[in-house]
Ligand binder design. Sequence first.
Ligand code: PLP
Length: 359
Amino acid sequence: MAIEFSERIRRLPVYPVAGGYALGDDIAMLASNESPDPPLRAVVAAAQRALGGANRYPDPSNAALRRALGNRYEVPAARIAIGNGSCDILLAAGEALLEPGAELVYAWPSFSVYPHLAAASGARAITVPLDGAQRHDLGAMLSEITAATRLVIVCNPNNPTSTALPFDEIAAFVAAVPRHVAVIVDEAYCEFNVLDDPDTTLDLLPKHSNLVLLRTFSKVYGLCGLRVGFALCGSNDFPRAVDQVRQPFFCNVAAQAAAVEALKHQDAVADRVERAIVARVEVESGLNRLGIEPAESQANFCWFDLPEDADEAEVVRGLAERGVMVRAGGALGREGALRVTYGTPGQNARFLDALAAVL
Ligand SMILES: Cc1ncc(COP(=O)(O)O)c(C=O)c1O
């Protein structure tokens, strides 16, 4: 007889993970919005030093990391939550805020983890379609907020569509949401957004106790293999609640040390952003030459509809056969689209050549 699992497990969607991790080195891994650069030597050295103390549990208060983040982002350490990746904070937010009868509002297509929050908690997910330019329709999202709403998530820049809204629109939205509703602005890719300085949203924190700016070391800091995310919050309440629902040692010693070290190298962050923006221009012109118009990217990846006569699965397979891993839109909310991370100049050229060959 088979094991009898909970009703909740039947509701939970399976996260669409990317392939290619077991295929070896000669693969252009452009499916998971990772950084193409290995971590800095100083960051690896800090992680290695920390491993020498791996007989001890990691500091459960993540004190050094919260202090370093507090200094870098000018947010009091008590208003900072740490996570085993920012996904960990998202899932903990769902657990802390949602329950049957509660509602959660987010745009769609957006980040594939958001549907888990409602499925796991039994809350109702209200999904609001993106506008014609594949950006969040904040007016429509606002009109979906009811007395039952506990959480609204805005992904800016949005994964998978790469588009972003300017700061003024985000600020007006946050100001219009009732104070008892938590607003998570998921800023995993904010450093790549040239519409505004990524630190502009920090100014909103002292004004809005319900605001959570969700960030990560996985993208521009290039440390996704270590799993560290953080949330900069408008009050102490959110960090306290997400800590309450998780096991105490969610961020390991190497990850904490590497993240603290990575924060010291903001010049490397600026350099990675610059190279991603050069890649953005190169990949966009390459796509244009193939007659493809990508969405306006403010991230480290692009998103575009394939020509009508192209079959999404065949294109993804054809690219994989040529050693290029990308993400099919169907699994991310839009059939017939592709999401492609910017890689090194060589990987970008390989992707464009492979796409030309496949189409
Ligand atoms: C919008 C968005 N938020 C959060 C994350 C989670 O990142 P991590 O858990 O690695 O911090 C991702 C990862 O792809 C993302 O695209």
